[in-house]
Ligand binder design. Structure first.
Ligand SMILES: [Zn+2]
Ligand SMILES: [Zn+2]
Length: 156
């Protein structure tokens, strides 16, 4: 029981007390206002087009690396960056999202941007401000979800 209230950052209701939805809604709306301010800060820092910092060196070092096997080479798959087929014995890096690239193609990319060129899956970065922003974004999503379910419970 205790963990529910801890997670949701609110006080358990006393006996006979009714939940104050309006107050909760007001607080969520206030928080959303702060979220907008945060986005402006972010745009100032990162250039306004969601320009992300490079992937963290640790995350890049930990990417799975393998050599292209004859079987894979026979499939004629192409590296999405250089558009050349993966040749036997080519060294490839495998992103956590499953996309594969030549090491020589993806490494320069990840030294500029932290996301997969195919699906924008994001690796961690070494930039504390950007990491804070990502956490903030996750919280904003959670809040949006709460706001929607609260709206449904009040008006649905
Ligand atoms: Zn390549
Ligand atoms: Zn990907």
């Amino acid at each position: 029981m205790a963990s529910y209230f801890d997670e949701h950052d609110c006080q358990p209701l006393e006996d006979g007390q009714t939940p104050n939805h309006a107050l909760h809604l007001a607080r969520l709306l206030l928080d959303s206002g702060l979220a907008a301010e945060w986005d402006m800060e972010y745009n100032r820092f990162f250039g306004g087009e969601g320009r992300a910092p490079p992937a963290s060196k640790k995350a890049v070092a930990e990417l799975e690396t393998k050599l292209v096997s004859p079987t894979i080479a026979a499939l004629g798959k192409k590296c999405p960056i250089c558009l050349l087929e993966f040749d036997e014995e080519d060294e490839v890096k495998i992103m956590p999202c499953g996309h594969q690239f030549h090491s020589g193609c993806i490494l320069p990319w990840l030294s500029k941007v932290n996301s997969c060129p195919m699906c924008r899956y994001e690796l961690p970065t070494d930039d504390p401000q950007y990491e804070e922003f990502k956490k903030h974004q996750a919280r904003a999503k959670q809040r949006e979800f709460e706001l929607n379910s609260l709206h449904d419970s009040m008006f649905g």
